[in-house]
Design a protein around this ligand. Structure first.
Ligand code: FAD
Length: 499
């Protein structure tokens, strides 16, 4: 036929493409772009995952009777497609709007060259209607309002227009510290098959200097396996997801988290089906409401909200730096070489798995970076390359909007910074750390302590719109002159000396 469909590396699911189009059996085009792979030094496991998942998906499409064209280019996606369309002038190409800005711009240029031969479909990998919500994203439009609208729209956990259980939120029952003796169910490691092994060898050979380790690759690369992992999460970890959502344990990267973002973000799994699996578990009394609501809020709420934010704020948001910080990201983010155990543990996990859970990303890695006045754009770059689940549309709003307050408070109401006692409450790091979390200042004091108070004083204006947190500014002001001096002395010294 004359019709071809380009499927991007993060769109690996035929279920979201229009039936009529698939029924015509278009040629499916896949591109492996070296320019994309080396644009930033992506974690090696991310490169392996992206390539292997795409190759597996292409093969599964072929088995369903589609003709496949697999292109390799040293350039960008659009370069390969331009060459292809030039060589085969009878072919008409359809593609789905890319989630990421740069690829979208490339595709738009292609449309300029080939005009009517190119057709773009709206991106169908998300739940929220972009055009409806985009105009609402401004200061003060918070997740909660958005989330409730989507609950009503989807009917998820709703009964006669009201939230099941009577509340929209059960966080009072969540965010507990982990009991000492708790046994964390294991996540099975998927053994790399021949295709994945080939891709691993390719990355090791041609991209040996990018971020992270590749000794052990445990992720699924097909939809079937990813679905099994999702089912296993629902059966063995979802029931405790809510309670221990914010807990950190040294040497335990996954705890009761789903570890599904990787599969959601390239289409192997779809957000609706994962929400529905969790809700079915609640209905079968396999998991309590506080966990299921908490989990659905992450996907239906946060994930969708973050994506609308990206659509509303790009491209200017890329440059945001509200506090005007200009320090480089400390070296320890690249090699985990630090005596601060919470940081060492989180970064070791990132090097080993390209993963750490949400509270480590927010309250350890971003918190510290902000407290030492790192340029948030450097942190943003790091998050983009260091995680297997990182694509610009999702990591950028989380870093520049949520975790560093770089956008000045459009996404979050206050900077997410904390002293050592928060980390101590939520983890077992401090008990084993070289630094003392109880000491406020001094050579052996936990640096988060003086860095935090220094930050609160310096940036007090950013805390004032929120009653709860401006308590901290008052608490700072009540300290003695001597305490204040010590705080600034130690903080300034630490910030100046960290490399
Ligand atoms: P779970 O804890 O099991 O949560 C379930 C799902 O909810 C996740 O799979 C994810 O799809 C969704 N979710 C939860 N929180 C968020 C959120 N804030 N934004 C978007 N989706 C969310 N998530 C990414 O997918 N890619 C990123 O690059 C990324 N970068 C982040 C950077 C920072 C600084 C922070 C604070 C958060 C970031 N997140 C990112 C969000 C979140 O931390 C991850 O989605 C989550 O840790 C993935 O692990 P999981 O699948 O085990 O999640």
């Amino acid at each position: 036929g004359n019709r071809a469909l380009f499927i991007l590396h993060d769109q690996l699911n035929l279920a979201v493409f229009p039936r009529e189009l698939l029924d015509c059996k278009p040629i499916l085009i896949f591109v492996e772009s070296l320019a994309y792979a080396i644009a930033i030094p992506h974690h090696k496991q991310k490169l392996v995952y992206m390539l292997s998942a795409q190759r597996h998906f292409a093969i599964s499409c072929h088995q369903k009777g589609f003709s496949i064209v697999s292109l390799f280019t040293e350039g960008a996606y659009a370069d390969a497609l331009e060459e292809f369309l030039t060589r085969y002038p009878h072919i008409e190409l359809t593609y789905m709007q890319p989630s990421e800005w740069n690829t979208r711009s490339q595709m738009a240029k292609l449309a300029n060259i080939f005009g009517k031969r190119i057709k773009a479909l709206p991106n169908q990998f998300f739940i929220a209607d972009i055009e409806k919500f985009k105009p609402k994203i401004k200061k003060g439009y918070r997740l909660e309002t958005f989330y409730r609208e989507l609950r009503k729209q989807t009917g998820y956990l709703m009964q006669e227009g009201k939230p099941i259980g009577g509340n929209w939120n059960y966080d009072k029952e969540n965010r507990k510290a982990l009991p000492k003796q708790i046994i964390v169910p294991e996540i099975p490691e998927i053994k790399p098959d021949l295709i994945t092994q080939e891709v691993i060898a390719l990355v090791q050979k041609y991209l040996p200097h990018t971020f992270g380790k590749l000794d052990k690759f445990i992720y699924a690369v097909t939809r079937d396996r990813a679905l099994e992992l999702a089912q296993l999460f629902v059966e063995t970890r979802l029931s405790r997801f809510g309670a221990y959502e914010d807990a950190i344990k040294v040497g335990e990267p996954f705890l009761f988290h789903s570890v599904l973002s990787i599969y959601l973000n390239n289409g192997l799994l779809l957000p609706r089906e994962i929400c529905e699996m969790a809700i079915a578990a609640y209905e079968k009394e396999l998991a309590p409401l506080n966990s299921v609501e908490g989990f659905v809020r992450q996907i239906l709420g946060w994930r969708e909200y973050i994506r609308v934010y990206y659509e509303a704020k790009m491209p200017d948001v890329r440059e945001s730096n509200y506090f005007g910080f200009d320090n480089n990201l400390p070296q320890l983010y690249w090699d985990a070489n630090t005596d601060l155990l919470c940081l060492k543990d989180a970064i070791t996990q990132v090097l080993n798995y390209g993963y750490s859970h949400h509270i480590q990303r927010l309250m350890v890695l971003s918190n510290f970076s902000n407290l030492v006045n790192t340029d948030p754009r450097h942190l943003n770059h790091w998050f983009w390359l260091a995680y297997v689940d990182a694509y610009e549309w999702v990591e950028l709003p989380n870093v520049l909007g949520m975790s560093t307050f770089a956008d000045g408070g459009i996404l979050a109401s206050k900077p997410y910074v904390s002293a050592g006692n928060y980390i101590n409450k939520m983890s077992n790091c401090c008990a084993q750390c070289k630094y003392n979390v109880k000491e406020k200042t001094g050579e052996t004091a936990c640096p988060f302590n003086y860095l935090y108070w220094h930050f609160v004083d310096k940036h007090r204006e950013s805390f004032t719109d929120n009653g709860r947190v401006s308590l901290m500014v008052n608490a700072y002001d009540k300290k003695t002159e001597n305490e204040k001096q010590e705080i600034h002395l130690f903080a300034t010294k630490f910030i100046n000396e960290i490399k």
